[in-house]
Design a protein around this ligand. Sequence first.
Ligand code: DGY
Length: 321
Amino acid sequence: MKQKILVARATFPDVIERLQQQFEVESNQEDRIFSPAELHEKMQGKDGVIITSSEKLSGEVITANPQLKAICNVAVGYNNIDVAAATKAGIMVTNTPDVLNETTADYAWTLLMANARRTSESEHYLRAGKWKNWRFDQFLGADVHGATLGILGMGRIGQAIARRSMGFDMQVIYHNRSRLTPDQEAHANNARYVSKEELLRTADHLILVLPYSEQTHHIIGAAELALMKPTATLVNIARGGIVDDVALIAALREHRIASAGLDVYENEPALHPDFLTLSNVVLTPHIGSASEKTRRAMSDCASLNMVAALSGQRPPNLLNP
Ligand code: DGY
């Protein structure tokens, strides 16, 4: 008898077809958003579940499914899953690292450039029919080339972002839980390790690439924003919750920093309504990894993890310690 899996969100049809060769698959190709209770109910009797970062699996839900053997997240971040509870219950948890590094790094640059050069704001102006003439002082932004780029969180995506800065003739400074090796620093455009405080004070632009955890909750709040340059752009392509949205809104409103590029939010998909009143922020709906090729690679990676987990092999991207 085939093992049963739930694919909680829509994915590429051929990925579902491949999974069906191996498993009895309940899929959600209409991409309805399940309530927590519905997700819980649909997981009953399943050997495995494939979810995205939007589905939250608490310890309670995980342990209420004694048959469950594998949870495969289609995301590199996994703060949506209580991994400790899963480990205790003997359930494997996997993620999709590496396949999205370059695409997500591209997107960090998209947000940095769009903010520093006020692309979104000026486009809105033009679309609203307000552009009457070229003006010398219109939409003056900050230079990116030659600037000092700060990166908080220097994992694989952070390093991919740093490599791209070579072409812009930038200096890179970073802060991370642990320092990179000299070789890694050299490959990351000779990135220089600094304290968090120096990073905040010195960076002309700052990109956040940290995972969310209790330790990184609100790691950027009012005190940290106060250290940043008034000309700086802050980019968050990592996770909501590492930035205190209310403090950020105040800093943007009072022009204590120049702008922000946000792809993630504290309570996403709900957005703090005040963000929508600000012109110095570019807001996008968690699309950092959203290229056709990368989303496919993420989907394939999660399926391979599931196949390995349910056939008694060690999944390539096992997260349990
Ligand atoms: C990730 O992979 O963590 C992305 O943010 C998508 O959730």
